[in-house]
Design a protein around this ligand. Structure first.
Ligand code: NAD
Ligand SMILES: O=C(O)C(=O)C[C@@H](O)[C@H](O)[C@H](O)COP(=O)(O)O
Ligand code: ZN
Length: 362
């Protein structure tokens, strides 16, 4: 078991990572003196883990209001958010009633946004159950729902009171979801932690085989990287934008195909290859580095080619990116494995060349 800290002054919070946390009341003691808590989960995770969490909370004298939403990216929307508000109101949840998100990034993002806005903000706890959520989405306070025109377009920065990541839950995670989570793990290596990238190259097969020790290390190292970035730049005025590597293209893929066809991590992997291709074509990233990252994605079972939406459609979709400033799309590019930066100077011709090189069946 390891605990990290996200240092944000009086809003600092711990990230607990380890085995058996869901059944150990110690990690949930911070919820007291609440006598009730609302647990938001979904139709897949609920049957697997809600009873365990309920028992743990009951041991602390906390009764559970259970809010079970449909499963999938397509449900990270207004309608589901309203269903959560309806349930909170129907059960007379109060300003002091904590909301817990039990599930992957979809549950975490939407429950977090509900917590940020219900009665102008109630206590919030992340209990992530996917690799992606344990290494990325549960940390840092970005909460949101999707809009048909763009990913995560409506949301709030709202930090949790704690992140409780029980690594045992990864035992039931489908293979495709484990691989999708690996895209965000690899991201930390690419943007700032070259040593971690080397380690991932050395250990990818053991990670995919769910070696507990390896996965634990990867989760803690990822969270440590994210915690440092968030502590330095909570609201993405600067360095936090690097966490968006591959996302300008990736979000366009997710939105363009309709939410859910490609998993977020899959879209981020293909989007990162596009960002790396642009970087290489601009003479910024050596081709060998591009080849290394493509090889690692392949070994992780992630896509390295993007769908062929056409340059015009990509540009229109990317025009909604949250990093757009004064109408200019800002891209996260790579200088080498371990160093990324933001650039608004990507000529359209280079983008078109990168799409031609990296889209379609190849
Ligand atoms: N807020 C952030 O900083 C941030 C960061 C990265 C991604 N995200 C968002 O996170 C979402 C993706 O998250 P995700 O990859 O966790 O997807 P997800 O939440 O859809 O979960 C993936 C699938 O795994 C299932 N599942 C979850 N835990 C399980 C378990 N332990 N056993 C079996 N099945 C389980 C879910 O029901 C779902 O079907 C996207 O909406 C993305 O935009 C947010
Ligand atoms: O925490 C961040 O900052 C990130 O960018 C993490 C990303 O992995 C995540 O997908 C995030 O939701 C994207 O943020 P957005 O602001 O582009 O919606
Ligand atoms: Zn992401």
């Amino acid at each position: 078991m390891q605990t990290l800290n996200v240092a944000l002054g009086e809003r600092s919070y711990p990230i607990h990572v380890g085995s058996g946390l869901l059944t150990d009341p110690r990690w949930f003691a911070a919820l007291a003196p609440a006598r009730r808590a609302a647990v938001v989960t979904n139709t897949t995770v609920g049957p697997l883990y809600l009873a365990r969490l309920r028992q743990t909370l009951e041991a602390l004298g906390i009764a559970c209001v259970e809010i079970v939403i449909p499963d999938g990216e397509a449900f990270k929307n207004w309608e589901t958010l309203h269903r959560i508000f309806d349930a909170l109101l129907t059960h007379r949840c109060e300003r002091s009633t904590p909301i817990l998100a039990l599930g992957g990034g979809v549950v975490g993002d939407i429950a977090g946004f509900a917590a940020a806005t219900y009665q102008r903000g109630v206590p919030f706890y992340q209990v992530p159950t996917t690799l992606l959520a344990q290494v990325d989405s549960s940390v840092g306070g970005k909460t949101a729902i999707n809009h048909p025109l763009g990913k995560n377009m409506i949301g709030a920065f709202y930090q949790p009171g704690a992140v409780i990541a029980d690594t045992d839950t990864l035992g039931t995670l489908p293979e495709r979801e484990l691989k999708a989570g690996m895209a965000e793990v690899i991201k930390y290596g690419l943007i700032r932690d070259a040593e971690f990238f080397d380690w991932l190259e050395a250990n990818m097969e053991r990670l995919l085989a769910r070696d507990d020790e390896m996965l634990g290390f990867a989760i803690v190292r990822s969270c440590a990287n994210k915690a440092q970035i968030v502590a330095a730049d909570e609201r993405e005025a600067g360095v936090r934008a690097l966490l968006n590597l591959g996302h300008t293209f990736g979000h366009a893929i997710e939105t363009g195909l309709g939410y859910g066809e490609w998993l977020h991590g899959e879209a981020v992997a293909a989007g990162t290859v596009l960002a790396a291709e642009v970087s290489a074509r601009l003479g910024l990233l050596p081709r060998e580095h591009l080849e290394r990252l493509v090889a690692l994605y392949r070994r992780a079972g992630l896509p390295t080619r993007a769908p062929d939406l056409g340059t015009e459609r990509y540009l229109a979709l990317m025009g909604h990116d949250k990093k757009v400033q004064e109408g200019k799309i800002r891209f996260v590019l790579l200088k080498r494995i371990g160093e990324a930066f933001v650039s608004a100077d990507v000529p359209q011709a280079v983008l078109a060349q990168a799409f031609a090189a990296c889209c379609g069946d190849g």
